[in-house]
Design a protein around this ligand. Sequence first.
Ligand code: HGY
Ligand code: MN
Ligand code: MN
Length: 432
Amino acid sequence: MTVEENLYTRLMAGYDESLSRSGVDGTRVADRLNELSKIGVSLDGGITRPGFSKEEKKAKQLVKSWMEQAGLQVTEDGAGNVIGRLEGMDSKKTIMSGSHIDSVPNGGNFDGPLGVIAALEVVEAWKETGHQPAKSFEVVIFSDEEGSRFGAGLTGSHAMVGQLTLEKVNQLVDFEGKSFKEVVEEYGSSLQEVFKAKRDLNDVELFVELHIEQGKILERNGLSVGVVKGIAGPVWMNVTFEGEAGHAGNTPMNDRRDSLVAASHFIHAVSALPRQFSDTAVATIGKLNVSPNGINVIARKVELTVDIRDIYEDKRNALVEAIRNAASDAGSVHDVEVQCQQTLAVAPLLIQEQLVSSIKEAITQFGIEPVELMSGAGHDAMIMGEVIPSAMLFVQSKKGISHNPEEWTDMKDCVIGIHVLKDFIENQMMHI
Ligand code: HGY
Ligand code: MN
Ligand code: MN
C-alpha cells in the first residue's frame, strides 16, 4: 500500500532525526503542520483561511486542543486571540511567542502556522525534559493577521495593544459586504468584547515570533535561520476610479470617461514610483475590480488596492503622498472621479539591538553564521513591538516563495529554527 503523499510525508522525507533532541520533536511538528494543512485547503493544495472565518476558527480549535494536551491554560479573548499560558517560577513575568493561522487567499502552509507550532513545541520540549521555565510563557495565535477579510490586517494584535478603534472598524466591510460588527458577531464575539481584548502588557517582558522569510536571502546563503533587524511598515489604500459606462462600439475614443484606462495609467505610474524614494520601498496593486465588467462596455468604475511599504517611515510616507498625487493626475487626464481611502498604516519597527544580538548568539551556538535580515513582510511582531520589546527570527523559504501553495520550508530548517527559538527564550528567561 503506498503511503499517502501528504504534507507530513513530504516534510519527513530525508529528515535527519538526530535534529529531534532536547525534547524538540520534528515528527510532532510535521504532524501538526500536516493536520493544519487540511483546514481551508483548496484542490491545488492552497490554503484559504480568512480572519474570523469558520476555517480560522476550526484551525484555532485544533491548536487549542494541542495547547490543552500540553498542559497550558487556554483562553480566547474577544478579538479571537488564543493564548495558551504556562506559569513560570516567577509567574508575574511573562515571555510571549506565537504568530497567526489565518491566511491569504490560496496561500501556503507555513506562513503563520509554523510560528504558532514552533512556540508550542518549546512548551512540549520543556514538558519532555522536565524543564520548569523561570518566568511564565504564553503561546499566542493572533486573529486576522493577513487582512484578507477586510483589507486591513493585524486585527488581533492591534486589539491586544489597544490600537483598534471604533472609527477604524466601522469603516471595514468584508468581501461579502458584511460589516466588522456582523462578522465578529457571526464569529461568536461582539464589538464590545473585541475592545475588551486590550491587555495591560506590563507583565509581558518580550514577544518573539518565528516566521518563514518569504524571501531568498537565507536560501542564497545556504542558511536555515536568520535574525530580523527591522520590519517594513505597510500602508494599504483602496483607490476608486469612477467614469461613465458607455457603448464600446459607438463611443469615439476622444469622447470617453474610461475608468479602466485611468486605472491603467495610475498602475503604470505606481510601478515606477518606489525606486524614486528608496531601494527598499515597494508598492503593489494586488486587487482590482472592474464594473460593470462587460466585453462591450466602457468601464464605469474600477476599485483597486495599493500596498505601500518601506523600512524608512519618512520615505514611505513621501511615497504614499506621491501615489495619491498619481491617482488624482490619472483622474484628471482621463476626466474620471478618484477616491483614495487608507485602510491600514503601521509604522516600521527596528528591533532592539540587544535582542538582535541575543538571537544571533543562539544562532551561533547552533553552529550557523548569524545573518541579519530586513522584513518587507509585515508581522504581528511589529504591532507588539510598539508596546513591548519584540523580536523575530526567520527560517529559510524555498525559492523565497510565499502567499502561494508552493510555499515550502524544509523540516530541518523548521526544527533548527525551533531550537534557536527555544535557546533564545531560555536565555531571555534568565534575565531581562
Ligand atoms: O502582508 C504581509 O506582509 C503579511 O503577510 N501579513
Ligand atoms: Mn503573510
Ligand atoms: Mn505571516
